[in-house]
Structures are given as structure tokens and as C-alpha cells.
Design a protein around this ligand. Structure first.
Ligand SMILES: Cc1ncc(COP(=O)(O)O)c(C=O)c1O
Length: 395
């Protein structure tokens, strides 16, 4: 079958492929501990579910305006001011079916064939695929594992050419968990301003920063008009399946994105939008509870992993991922397994001790694997014990 060039250019989701394999093995009766997950294991809080039920009873079952309900766009501005010190008007907000959908619309709006867009390695895989879907070219810049995977600024400056149109940043980061300092964020803004670049800031995990708060670039440079802020209800309120995310930025970009969204999804889901209003403006104590639970789990996972020889990682400041350097295991072997790449390590852990993790290749990295701690403390203990056992068997 002949399909488009567009399809063959993109890679598809490595993490999803692992999650699918892990659930197949589980269905076959294997006792898998799945550390490949990219979503909170908590249920959506009751008051948000109640708001959705009420919305259905109240007849919110029809198409909404393409950019989202005016009340929700307003609620987003309230939230952005309260939590992120970003002051905007509702016309500067578009709500989409998840922030990934907003990102897709934004890339189609801002980038064209021949444009270059800078992405930091290790990167969340959709950044590179979505840029390619816009017919632009991703250009990869290095980061420093010792400094929360902040950009290596010399590298970054060398990546900028006359074709560079934008930069995508993501702090707290998937897959590294790194949280950039305010200084690093300020430097990004300076660079964007100097070269007149769009700065797309993916803040999907902004509520999950444990040691220092995550800083939104738009809060530091309200006068720079080329900053786009992407946030989501998915991780902050345990609402991944509800599909509500949003972008806040210049009105002209919002209007163009609305045009694109209108010809694909039409509008975001009506019931979910009503639930999102309650999530964003209702009781925020759940956000703190989730954050505290994840922080405890992060500390536990780091403590457990730090005792295993051959593995190394820094303390990730946010999200719910540990990006573990496994290069110390390369060259080792046991029971028919020969480890020479991060992929070999994930295969060994999956089949040898039934722990599902994601290898770094899909994130543009060769030495790390991603472990999610969006699982119970018991599972973190059991999984890290299994990993320790697997490492002890290697020669
Ligand atoms: C870095 C990052 N950005 C955005 C998203 C998308 O979130 P959603 O589309 O559910 O809002 C994810 C989800 O995994 C993510 O990891």
C-alpha cells in the first residue's frame, strides 16, 4: 500500500509500544511491574467527576465554540495568574483535546517547509514528530545531565541559523524529570528575543516540581510576544483520558490555531470542558496531595536505585520520571542476554525480571532508560529490587 511521505517521516511512540507489550505480557499471565507509564495512577478527584455528571444533566452535550467555552478560557486565565504569574485575557487562550493537540495546531500554524525548530535532547518524542508533520526540520541541541538537563548554551547557540524559527522547551521534562532554573529560562528568552524566535514552552508537568517551583517563561517576559505556554489538565488533576489542554499566547496565533482546530477536531469535548472549569477553579488541595505523593515516590525510587552498582542518575526535580544512566552495564552479559545498548537493558529487564521501562532511543538518547514512578510505593520497591537482582546476575 502506498501511504504518504508524511507518515514514513515520523517515528511513532516508543513508550506506547512498550506499554502495549507490557499489557500483552500481563494478559498472558506474566507478573509485570510497569514503569513505562506516563500518567498518574490516581483517579480523577470526585468533585471534578461530579462536575462532569452535572454538565451532562445540564445539557452540555453539543459542539462548543472552536477555541473552547468562554467560561473555560476565562478559567484558564484565572489559573495562569494564580499559579504561574501570567496575566492574559481569554482571547489569548485556545483549549484543545489535550496539550499535545494544542502543540500540533501550533506547529502547523507557525512552521513551514524549510524552517528549523530547536529541540533539546533527550526530548519528548512528539516534539520531533510534530515538527516533521509541519514539514519543518527538528534540530537537536544538547543538555547537561548534571544540571537538571538544562541546555548546554554553547551548543544551543551553534544550532541557530537564519532558518531557525522556534525553540521548544519542556520543564519539568519528560523524559528526564529535569527542572530548569530561572537563570536558564531567562537565558532562553534572551536568545529567542535576540534571534526573533518563537519560544514554545511545554508546561504539562508545571504542577509537579518538588525542589524549586517551575518557572514559566511568559511570566518573566510578558512583553515578548512570541512566547507560547502549553499546559494541561492531564497530569495536574489526573485527567489524562478527559483530553483537555490549552495554549496561551498571542491572539493572532490563537485565531490561526482555532482555524486549524475547527477543520479537524471542531472543538474540545464539551463535558470535559465543564469538568476542566471545576478542576482549574475549584479546590486545589488535590494538586498539593498529588505533588507530595509523587515527591515521596521520587525520593524512594532514587534511594533504591542509588544502591545498585553500575547505574547512575541525578535527582530529577519534577514530573514523575527518573532518567537512569545504564551505560555502566554495557558489555555485561548473563543467561543469553548481552547488553550493549539501552534497548538491550530494557529488553533484559522486561523479559528477565518483568519490569517494563522505556529505552532512551525514542528520546534521542543512547545511554539512559526512563522509569516512571507514577506507581505505588510497593511497586517501586518491588521493581527496584528486581532491577537490583537483574544487575547482580550480570558478569
Ligand atoms: C512533555 C509532555 N507534554 C505534553 C503531554 C501531553 O499531554 P496531554 O495531551 O494529555 O495534555 C505529555 C504527555 O505525556 C508530555 O509528557
Amino acid at each position: 500500500m502506498i501511504l504518504t511521505d508524511r507518515v514514513s517521516r515520523i517515528e511513532g511512540s516508543v513508550a506506547l509500544a512498550i506499554t502495549t507489550r507490557a499489557s500483552e505480557l500481563r494478559r498472558a499471565g506474566v507478573d509485570i511491574i510497569n514503569l513505562s507509564v506516563g500518567e498518574p495512577d490516581f483517579p480523577t478527584p470526585d468533585h471534578i467527576i461530579a462536575a462532569a455528571k452535572q454538565a451532562m444533566d445540564d445539557g452540555y452535550t453539543r459542539y462548543t465554540p472552536g477555541a473552547g467555552l468562554p467560561e473555560l478560557r476565562e478559567a484558564v486565565t484565572v489559573k495562569l495568574l494564580r499559579d504561574n504569574h501570567i496575566r492574559l485575557v481569554p482571547e489569548q487562550v485556545i483549549v484543545s483535546n489535550g496539550s499535545k493537540h494544542s502543540l500540533f495546531n501550533a506547529c502547523l500554524t507557525l512552521f513551514d517547509r524549510g524552517d528549523e525548530v530547536i529541540i533539546f535532547v533527550p526530548y519528548w518524542q512528539p516534539f520531533s514528530d510534530v515538527v516533521k508533520l509541519a514539514h519543518a526540520t527538528p534540530v537537536f541541541a544538547g543538555t547537561d545531565p548534571e544540571r537538571q538537563f538544562e541546555p548546554v548554551f554553547q551548543d544551543l547557540e551553534a544550532c541557530i541559523t537564519p532558518r531557525t524559527k522556534g525553540i521548544i522547551m519542556n520543564s519539568p521534562s519528560n523524559p528526564t524529570g529535569g527542572v530548569w532554573s530561572q537563570e536558564a529560562t531567562e537565558y532562553m528568552i534572551e536568545l529567542a528575543r535576540e534571534h526573533d524566535l518563537w519560544l514554545l514552552s511545554d508546561e504539562c508537568y508545571e504542577a509537579l516540581a518538588y525542589d524549586a517551583p517551575s518557572v514559566s517563561p511568559a511570566s518573566l517576559a510578558p512583553e515578548y510576544e512570541k512566547i507560547l505556554t502549553f499546559q494541561s489538565c492531564s497530569k495536574t488533576y489526573a485527567m489524562t483520558g478527559w483530553r483537555i489542554g490549552y495554549m496561551a499566547g498571542p491572539v493572532e496565533v490563537v485565531e490561526a490555531m482555532t482555524k486549524i482546530q475547527g477543520q479537524s477536531a471542531s472543538c474540545p469535548n464539551s463535558v470535559s470542558q465543564m469538568a476542566a472549569i471545576t478542576a482549574l477553579t475549584g479546590d486545589q488541595s488535590v494538586v498539593k496531595e498529588f505533588r507530595e505523593a509523587f515527591k515521596k515516590r521520587r525520593d524512594l525510587m532514587i534511594e533504591q536505585l542509588s544502591q545498585i552498582p553500575g547505574l547512575s542518575c541525578r535527582n530529577p526535580g519534577g514530573a514523575f520520571f527518573v532518567f537512569l544512566n545504564v551505560s555502566g552495564l554495557f558489555g555485561k552479559a548473563t543467561q543469553g542476554y548481552h547488553l550493549s545498548s539501552a534497548k538491550d537493558v530494557t529488553e533484559y529487564l522486561l523479559h528477565g525480571v518483568h519490569v517494563a521501562t522505556v529505552n532512551g532511543e525514542g528520546f534521542g538518547d543512547q545511554e539512559h532508560i526512563r522509569l516512571s514512578y507514577a506507581v505505588s510505593e510497593d511497586n517501586i520497591k518491588a521493581a527496584t529490587d528486581r532491577i537490583a537482582h537483574a544487575v547482580a546476575l550480570l558478569n
